[in-house]
Design a protein around this ligand. Structure first.
Ligand SMILES: Cc1ncc(COP(=O)(O)O)c(C=O)c1O
Length: 392
């Protein structure tokens, strides 16, 4: 049994989540429930593998090991039921960087990219930074999350310059785990209009039972030549600082071209510790992940109870996947800068939903932390809202 109630303090490690308050804002004692990494220690087997490698003492240029590629193949088979060929794997130093490379490769400067909002901001910021126009096809959020297939088809029919759909599977921030049928309907349309799908599956391992992640590459072989899957062990095992991820590209020429670009830009030049971390996590992390997911799920359920009791006008359903709770605060008369006020006056940081587009009133709350941290943060939200007179 792993103990997720306790973790090393991250303060003083220059971590993005906790360590910028004092240096940037001269703020002390803020509870950080924002950026998407965990506050849990990673599996001990991963730390041990890295210590073993560190003890060797020589860290020159290093190629991907066969073990590392095999670990990806085994993991994808065991957890997502897909058969990955070694030659379809391109190791990368981050999913967003891989997305950037794929967009640059597939979309000419006068062509366009489709995204489904609300969504992780690099989905629209990355194409925009490459001067590729972004076409928005918002998700239908109520009464339940759905892809707006009708709107999507209309947009594709009327604009043949849309070449790529960037899709989040499962979805950050709404926590939706897409079914095979939903993905099949989506792929039927993208196939009809010659669209390539970049499927970001970084949250694939964080689906709560009894649901199971459906890989975009596991829907139907006939669509796989138009899919680039981006995967990583980094959300799953809290390894974001390791900068290790991978692209799976069954289309041979597309894969060769992507690998060529990745090599030229340094994208595929992986840190030694990245190989070690991925291999150890994928080969030895199953039990840790199962227990970690149970713990996160319990945090999600606790949050539901807490909101029902203290903030009953918040709308929130325990998500199907991810460790990110997506909470609608619009029942309360809070100002647009609610998240800022919580941070600077309430000493708790949530992730302002507006950054994800089409989500006014929402806050994203990171539940991958010891329960005590989540409780403290949520108590601070309530205290701040009381002080401001937003709760009667
Ligand atoms: C959907 C999604 N893709 C990619 C990333 C970031 O991946 P990387 O750090 O490998 O660039 C995140 C991080 O939150 C994410 O939620």
């Amino acid at each position: 049994m792993y103990n997720f109630d306790e973790a090393n303090s991250r303060i003083g490690t220059s971590c993005t989540k906790w360590d910028r308050y004092e240096s940037r804002y001269n703020l002390k004692d803020v509870t950080a429930l924002w950026v998407a990494d965990m506050d849990f220690n990673c599996p001990p087997e991963v730390s041990k593998a890295m210590i073993r490698r560190a003890e060797h003492g020589i860290f020159g240029y290093t190629d991907p090991t066969e073990d590392c590629l095999q670990a990806i193949i085994d993991w994808e088979k065991r957890h997502h039921e897909i058969d990955v060929k070694k030659e379809d794997i391109v190791l990368t130093t981050g999913v967003v960087y891989a997305m950037y490379t794929a967009i640059e490769m597939l979309v000419k400067p006068d062509e366009k990219v489709m995204v489904m909002t609300p969504v992780y901001p690099p989905f629209f910021n990355t194409p925009a930074s490459l001067s590729r126009e972004v076409i928005y096809c918002p998700l239908i959020l109520k009464p339940e999350v759905r892809i707006d297939l009708v709107k999507m088809e209309e947009q594709l029919k009327h604009d043949s310059s849309i070449k790529v759909l960037i899709f989040c599977n499962p979805h950050n921030p709404v926590g939706k785990s897409w079914t095979k049928e939903e993905l099949r309907e989506l792929l039927e349309i993208t196939d009809r209009y010659g669209i390539t799908v970049i499927s970001d599956e970084i949250h694939a391992d964080l689906v709560f039972q009894p649901l199971r992640h459906v890989s975009m590459l596991g829907v139907d072989q006939k669509y796989n030549h138009h899919i680039i899957l981006l995967g990583a062990p980094t959300k799953t095992f809290n390894l974001a600082g390791m900068k290790i991820s991978y692209a799976l590209i069954p289309h041979r020429e597309m894969c060769t071209e992507f690998a060529k670009r990745a090599k030229a830009s340094g994208l595929s030049s992986i840190n030694i510790f990245g190989f070690e971390a991925l291999t150890a996590a994928y080969n030895h992390g199953d039990v840790w992940l199962k227990e970690c997911l149970n713990y996160i799920y319990e945090n999600m359920v606790w949050l539901k109870g807490f909101l029902n009791e203290h903030l009953p006008l918040c709308k929130y359903d325990v998500p199907e996947s991810t460790y990110l709770a997506w909470v609608d605060f619009s029942g309360y008369d809070v100002p647009d800068n609610f998240a800022e006020i919580l941070k600077f006056e309430g000493h708790v940081e949530l992730q302002d939903g507006r950054g994800f587009k089409d989500s006014d009133g929402y806050q994203r709350i990171n539940c991958a932390c010891p329960r005590a941290t989540l409780e403290k943060g949520m108590q601070r939200v309530v205290s701040c809202m009381k002080e401001k007179g937003w709760l009667s």
